[in-house]
Ligand binder design. Structure first.
Ligand code: MD6
Ligand code: FE
Length: 204
């Protein structure tokens, strides 16, 4: 399925694979706890985040960037093998990801329309996996204010943003809290895999 150039793979992971991934992510979160990032304007985001990989995404009063350590100072844990395998299966990209951002949406959390542009190169795709509650995903064009299209993402769905859509505006308008039983307390996890620190894809 294509949504403004974003490829959606509904049901890319079955229930058993989703449960195994949740267990992997629990290990990541115990090593690198979720935190509420602050925007450069000093507002707390409603989503809680952490990362795995050589680099992790952070946001504070100094702005958005990738860092080699969690705000506590510990190195980010490695990207779980099951996620590296998902990248090999669906990203259509020979360069492995060096960062895995984990977003947790509790009741009422959302994410405003944004572009992902903190990476060193936009030649590589971003692979996004949804786990847990359903979420209304909105995708527009590469200019703010363009037409947008929306789709409900369910647990196990994968979206790949790459090529001409790599800099498309996108966001999560809302989630249906408690719609999935994957996470015992409800909520949604979004995992994004990217190549953040490599400055350009090799010529093909
Ligand atoms: C989310 N996703 O699904 C937010 N970014 O919770 C993103 O911001 C995102 O889905 C880049 C590529 C794919 C995405
Ligand atoms: Fe994004």
């Amino acid at each position: 399925m294509d949504l403004n150039g974003v490829t959606i793979h509904p049901g890319a992971l079955d229930h058993a694979a989703q449960e195994a991934l949740v267990a992997d992510l629990r290990d990541v979160v115990s090593a690198a706890p979720l935190f509420h990032p602050e925007t450069s304007r000093g507002r707390k985001m409603s989503v809680r985040m952490t990362s795995a990989g050589a680099l992790g995404w952070v946001s504070d009063r100094r702005g958005y960037r990738y860092e080699p350590a969690h705000p506590s100072g510990v190195a980010w844990p490695p990207i779980p093998d099951r996620l590296l395998a998902l990248w090999d299966r669906l990203a259509d990209c020979a360069t492995p990801p060096d960062t895995c951002l984990i977003n947790f949406y509790g009741e009422g959390a959302r994410m405003g329309l944004h572009q992902d542009r903190d990476e060193a190169s936009f030649d590589f795709p971003v692979l996004s996996l949804s786990l847990g509650d359903d979420a209304l995903f909105r995708v527009g064009g590469t200019e703010r204010g363009g037409r947008t299209k929306s789709v409900w993402l369910s647990s196990g769905d994968v979206a790949v943003i790459g090529g001409d859509a790599r800099l498309a505006y996108h966001g999560i308008d809302r989630t249906r809290f408690g719609s999935s039983s994957l996470l015992p307390q409800g909520g949604r996890i979004n995992v994004t895999l990217r190549v953040a620190g490599v400055s350009a894809a090799p010529p093909s």
